[in-house]
Design a binder for this molecule. Structure first.
Ligand code: ACO
Ligand code: KIV
Length: 557
């Protein structure tokens, strides 16, 4: 590969950096840029009804600052903001934000669109990096700074007019391409804008430091943010805001380290929609906080619903491995993961672990974000006995004995391997029943009668059975129905095993529930065991059927 074509990323000299010792302890101010940065990256930008549906969803999630568009860009963008204002669709505690380039006609148009708004943030930007100065603008450092100054003055003037008309206007400035800009120069421009806007502690300005394109590792981003946070004057009058993209796949990491480095605010989009590889995914950062015990102040407890609104409005798709939201992120196919998850869930069901989430392999409880446990374990050729047992138990109520897990697991696993596909829970049930439950291929009970003596351990059985297609009657006594039936088989010369294990349980609850029984037979010579299961509304018959199933499997093998 031609690595000589690319330059080493910007490096910041900050030997006494503090951020590596920090942890994220509280949520930042969140600002959604779905309706602007996300929208501008769509092949077909959202229509007004789509924008409105997403706006309402963002409000419900709990965003208090929402960049609703670039009003000077198109009629749709302009009219959407007018609709929000004229139809009074902006909740009292929500502040809308609008973006504009630092150009007079665009700033004027932006304020036209804002007429009558109660509270808004006007977000001014111009690009500042050496490559943007040279290539896009062909301007010197001073000329680029002048673009920011001119724009800031206009915003100040229009904002004063709007304030006189009863609107509350806050201001945000972005030295676009900040992460690729010399730090001293970025600071110089931000100070120039700040000087014009004259923030106070009560009315802070937002200095947004975008990682417009990711050129560096997240630690350098954190150094840049800490450097700006430490060097900007009157820090108490400034909110430092992050706006990362994801070119290197590290938008989330850069944002998290940026927060440790002192940022107050985060701009991003749901599921990371945005230019190229996307903006920061706010869902991931917020839920990462939740997973560390920090209240994120955004409500993602109905994530699947949010995802489907997002997909409908943007026509984008959330990929299966997207953190928290993807179809597969709470699913284990592989045996050892399934085993650990099943054990973790069993302990949780029995409430043996208090409230703290400890299920291995699952970062958070899927139920906390409105997902269910059903799809946690899915079965293919990589799956193990624990996973198969989990599906049979959680989906169908078969609590198969632990000693039976390997036999059932191997059988299902081999079938998945042979078929070369994932098996659905219905297919697993079908295979399990066919192979293990109520088998009648060799020996079959046609009818039976049990009578009890005075002592409950004094049991007689007489049964009509067919063996290899021939009908016969067998009878014997024993200390229970199963023992009596085994003795009857012995008298008929059909016994070539010993019983190794027996379990039973009710499936479901209530008087109409079925019983399931499981019996393992052992070959006295080889010590090899074979399991079978029986299901019947009568627990006694379920046990006999389990014995017959095991017998049929044992003698078939
Ligand atoms: C990193 C980001 O996401 S920034 C946001 C980007 N979003 C968008 O661009 C979406 C909306 N944009 C648009 O609809 C259009 O670009 C408009 C309406 C804003 C402007 O349209 P036009 O003026 O026709 O075209 P265009 O955007 O190409 O303008 C380029 C000119 O603006 C200048 N310019 C670009 N950005 C800025 C800025 N922030 N401040 C001042 N001037 C700027 C360029 O240098 C160029 O000047 P030149 O013509 O003298 O070379
Ligand atoms: C306008 C700025 C904040 C932007 O969208 C970016 O730099 O990505």
């Amino acid at each position: 590969m031609n690595n000589k074509k690319y330059k080493l990323a910007t490096w910041v000299s900050l030997p006494d950096r503090q951020w590596p010792n920090k942890v994220i302890e509280k949520a930042p101010i969140w600002c959604s840029v779905d309706l602007r940065d996300g929208n501008q990256a769509l092949a077909v930008p959202m229509s007004i009804p789509e924008k409105l549906e997403l706006f309402n969803t963002l409000v419900k999630i709990g965003f208090k600052e929402i960049e609703v568009g670039f009003p000077a860009a198109s009629d749709t963008e302009f009219n959407f903001l007018r609709k929000l204002i004229e139809e009074n669709l902006i909740p009292q505690d929500v502040c809308v934000q609008v973006l504009t380039q630092s150009r007079e006609p665009l700033i004027r148009k932006t304020f036209e669109a804002l007429k009558g708004v109660k509270s808004a943030i006007v977000h001014l930007y111009n690009s500042t990096s050496p490559r943007q100065r040279k290539i896009t603008f062909n301007k010197s450092r001073d000329e680029i700074k002048q673009i920011a100054i001119d724009g800031a003055k206009l915003v100040r003037k229009f904002a004063d007019d709007a304030e006189a008309d009863g609107s509350h206007i806050r201001m945000e400035y972005s030295p676009e391409s900040f992460s690729d800009t010399e730090l001293d120069y970025a600071l110089e421009i931000c100070e120039a804008v700040k000087e014009i806007w004259k923030p106070t502690v009560e009315n802070k300005i937002i200095i947004n430091l975008p990682e417009t394109v990711q050129y560096t590792t997240p630690n350098i981003h954190a150094d840049q943010i800490e450097w700006m946070s430490r060097n900007i004057s009157e820090r108490e009058k400034v909110l430092i805001s992050l706006h990362t993209h994801n070119d290197r796949g590290t938008g989330v990491a850069a944002t998290e380290l940026g927060l440790m480095a002192g940022a107050d605010r985060v701009e991003g989009t749901l599921f990371g929609n945005g230019e190229r590889t996307g903006n920061l995914d706010v869902v991931t950062v917020a839920l990462n906080m939740l997973a560390q015990g920090v209240e994120p102040n955004l409500d993602f407890s109905h994530l699947p619903e949010i995802r489907s609104i997002y997909e409908r409005c943007t026509h984008m798709e959330v990929p299966p491995r997207q953190p928290y939201a993807g179809d597969l992120v709470f699913t284990a196919f592989s045996g050892s993961h399934q085993d650990a998850i099943k054990k973790g869930m069993d302990i949780r069901r029995k409430s043996e672990c208090g409230d703290v989430w400890e299920v291995p392999y699952l970062l958070i409880d899927p139920e906390d974000i409105g997902r269910d446990y059903e799809a946690i374990i899915r079965i293919n050729s990589q799956s193990g006995k624990g996973g198969v047992a989990y599906v049979l138990e959680t989906e169908y109520g078969y609590d198969i004995p632990k000693a039976m897990h390997p036999e059932v697991g191997n059988f299902i696993n081999d079938t998945a391997d042979r078929l070369g596909k994932e098996l659905s829970p219905e297919e697993i049930l079908h295979l399990f029943k066919d192979e293990f439950v109520n088998r009648v291929d060799l020996l079959k009970i046609n009818s039976y009668k049990i009578s009890y003596g005075e002592n409950s351990e004094d049991v007689s059985i007489s049964a009509k059975v067919s063996y290899k297609g021939a009908d016969m009657e067998i009878s014997a006594k024993g200390n229970g129905p199963i023992n009596a039936f085994v003795n009857a088989l012995e008298i008929a010369g059909l016994k070539n095993f010993k019983i190794a294990d027996y379990r039973s349980h009710a499936i479901g609850s209530g008087s109409a529930s079925d019983s399931a029984a499981y019996i393992s037979l052992i070959n006295p010579e080889t010590s090899i065991t074979t399991w079978g299961a029986g299901v019947d509304s009568n627990i006694e018959y379920a046990g006999l059927k389990a014995l017959v199933s095991a017998y049929n499997r044992y003698n078939k093998a």
